[in-house]
Design a protein around this ligand. Structure first.
Ligand code: EPS
Length: 401
């Protein structure tokens, strides 16, 4: 239903994304995307690059007079830093076959794509790999996610995130979470809902920076207002759990995904791991109410109508100012890994990126279930479905007297 692809190197001219499958007639302006791009650039612990860039989208196709056309949406985000890299990144050959461009990377960083990339693609300069492996690419994903978010908002879906762990500092999220989640989380320098923990995270980032080190962490994404019945139990590749996990694990540096209780659920008794069912919920949940949401809004690969709750763990950024051992791919000698300008942590941005990936998967699942070439078609099918759920609920009420 939804397809998207991105292209672009970190210090190339810019990032391009093509997003296909968004129905016609969706109101859309650049600021819907720019808002999310700005959020991605925030967060304590980012490096100097974020001071250079002012990410903004240009719609190259698929949008006219503030509405989507149903055609592929082409998005462009310029890299301001490109001006400083034109010679390094130029597409044209240099003329001299022996010429070597400046800023070569020959001492691969453990944990980055450098080493495996040069072996796989037979490159002699790891810049050919790292430029694309850079987390800069996530700006293009956030842009696509922002469009999907606008679509989902038409159906009352609110997607937010917050940081639950940054380096050694972990928090227990408040229950209930604030609404809207991002209005609260975006106030924190680290996108954490706990003020004391935010201060501790800032301290941990300062300490890591001083040591030439980096930090990872965990974010939680919450999607509220998702209708019951997205995804399916019938085939492995239609299960929404798997589709969400795959999308989230594709984020650079992601090393783990949990849904609902996740790994913690494995040690519980069954009686403590599930969400008991009662009547009394909204029509959009089939009249079903749950006292808890340990399943994270998914049962059998299908949304329950409860908030979809997923967590993503990110390893620490692999560019260390106090580098790890590696080898020099030119001389064959043992060496220290090369340092590039980088961030101490990008965990606050991870939440924004993970929200985008969740938005893309949920928009895809909405279109799979309700289809339609236009927003009106999609809304009509959605309303008809709610009507079916409501009728079922009303029939049951009659049976119960
Ligand atoms: C990033 C841009 C990059 C890095 C970071 C994310 O810019 P530069 O390489 O010019 O400093 O700040 O990328 C990485 C941490 C990485 O390992 O690739 C961005 O726009 O998010």
């Amino acid at each position: 239903m939804i397809r998207f692809t991105t292209a672009g190197e970190s210090h190339g001219k810019g990032l391009v994304a093509i997003l296909e499958g968004i129905p016609a007639g969706l109101p859309l302006v650049a600021d819907d995307v720019n808002r999310e791009l700005r959020r991605r650039m925030q967060g304590y612990g980012r490096g100097a690059r974020m001071k250079i860039e002012a990410d903004a989208v240009e719609f190259l196709a698929g949008v006219r007079a503030g509405e989507t056309l149903g055609s592929p949406i082409a998005l462009f985000i310029a890299n301001k830093d490109w001006e400083n890299w034109t010679d390094v990144m130029a597409a044209e050959p240099d003329g001299d076959a022996e010429s070597r461009r400046r800023r070569r990377l020959t001492r691969p960083r453990p944990g980055h794509a450098d080493m495996v990339g040069i072996l796989k693609y037979d490159r002699t300069d790891a810049r050919d790999i790292l430029e694309r492996a850079s987390a800069r690419e996530t700006a293009a994903r956030v842009a696509c996610g922002a469009v999907c978010r606008v679509l989902l908002e038409q159906f009352g879906v609110e997607i937010g995130s917050h940081v639950v762990q940054l380096g050694p500092v972990a928090v227990q999220p408040p229950d209930p979470l604030p609404t809207p989640l991002n209005a609260a989380a975006d106030k924190s320098k680290t996108r954490c809902l706990d003020q004391a923990a935010t201060s501790a995270m800032v301290k941990a980032i300062d300490a890591a920076k001083k040591d030439g080190d980096t930090l990872g962490g965990v974010v939680e994404v919450v999607a509220r207002g998702v209708v019951v019945g997205l995804g399916s139990h019938v085939s492995w590749d239609r299960k929404l759990d798997g589709r969400l996990a795959g999308a989230l694990m594709s984020i650079p540096a992601a090393k783990g995904v949990e849904i609902g209780l996740g790994f913690a659920g494995a040690s519980r008794l069954g009686s403590q791991a599930h969400d008991e069912i009662a009547w009394g919920g909204p029509a959009a949940s089939g009249g079903v109410a749950r006292a808890s949401n340990r399943a994270g809004g998914l049962e059998g690969g299908i949304t329950t109508g409860e908030p979809v709750v997923v967590r993503v763990a990110k390893k620490p950024i692999s560019t260390l100012m106090r580098p790890l051992d590696t080898v020099n791919i030119e001389t064959g000698e043992a060496a220290k890994a090369q340092s590039e300008r980088s961030d101490v942590t990008a965990v606050p941005a991870l939440g924004v990126i993970a929200e985008a990936m969740v938005a893309i998967v949920l928009a895809d699942a909405m279109l799979e279930k309700f289809g339609g070439d236009t927003l009106a078609d999609l809304s009509g099918a959605y309303e008809a479905y709610l009507g079916r759920l409501r009728a079922r609920w009303e029939a049951l009420q009659r049976v119960r007297g």
